[in-house]
Design a protein around this ligand. Sequence first.
Ligand code: ACO
Length: 383
Amino acid sequence: MGSRIIGCGKALPQRVVSNDDLAEFVDTSDEWIYTRTGIKNRRIAIEETTTDLGCEAAEKALGRIEGGWCLDGETIDPASIDLLICMTISPDMVVPSQAALLKARLGLPNAVAFDLNAACAGCIYGLDVASSMLELSAFDGRRVADGGRRTRNAMKRALVVGSERLTRLVDWTDRGTCVLFGDGAGAVLLEWRDDDPGILASFLKNTDDVDDVLVTPNFFDMSTFPFAPAATARGELSCAGMRIDAPDETVAALRAQQGGEVLEAMESAFIIMQGQAVFKFATSAMTEAAQAVCERADVPLSAVKCIVPHQANERIIRYAAKKLGVSEDLFQVSIAEVGNTSASSVLMALADAYASGRIEEDDPVLLVGFGGGLTAGAILFQA
Ligand code: ACO
């Protein structure tokens, strides 16, 4: 028994932006970007929203529109979806959640919907949370069948969507980050099956980002904030990355109270990254997560038929392959045309793996990711 992936889809915005296009406004080159990252093009959402992208990916996973992969080749009844989790760091709104916006657009009358932020490892965390909820529900269902009381929502199908319009969080004057990211969405439909193993094991881990190697401060409009800094709790301010948009004297007072450096770094709503530190973290985190999940599932890495990693940098994937002692060919590498799409990335690459036919029924498949937070995780499932 277990949560089985029965549908998968991805969506991309229309606009293709090449490395040469970027070289027109930042000091970079196709050669630098491609050799350092493996990226040639990325898609940028000009018109499309996070909801548009997530919706299209989900419709493909549900078999409502062409272009996705569906295990049984049938269109899924929207009323049968009990849960929708959306992983994103670039939602269209804070409230309603991105998942609630998707639920409404997709017309899923019975789904419970909420967002989950684990940065680029989001889809690993989202799949684990969704499958855990399905498993607990199945456990509850057995208790009800034995004459006991229901203690939680009955859930059999969960839609897990990663959707990002990340290019809204990018400083387009910073060549160190703007060349890396792109927009897109990926979706997976999970179904609890009593006679299928589905997800075999998971591994999640957070490492404190003490050196702020990967940060995207929040945006708060402070222009109407009527309280003098002295009345504001010091702890709250120092742990909240915030852009200060307030009268000059308020900003000056906050600076004095907080210390210039902290606010300086936090006064932007952009992705701020120490590339080499993230690179180092990524290779060891992916290796640890992949090995741990195989051990938990009691499946040797040598038996895994396909590894779908977070698509942050092709060199990170190659290093991880080397550290794990497996062939690079085992890895689904989709980064060249889409760049790093954060929480969408693993599910988009999984959709590519299904579309290309490289995943066959019963294959052990490994998903592995890392991201800001610092988060890392892996899922091993039987296709
Ligand atoms: N074009 C040309 N030159 C550049 C560019 C660019 N786009 N960006 C940086 N450079 C320059 C630097 O200024 C530096 O110049 P200098 O030597 O004169 O100082 C030189 O290139 C080397 O810079 P490094 O940062 O050392 O380059 P590196 O080989 O580390 O590659 C990169 C940078 C691609 C960012 C790499 O470190 C990396 O991929 N890190 C991981 C990033 C990542 O995985 N991010 C995931 C984010 S996940 C999430 O949760 C959002």
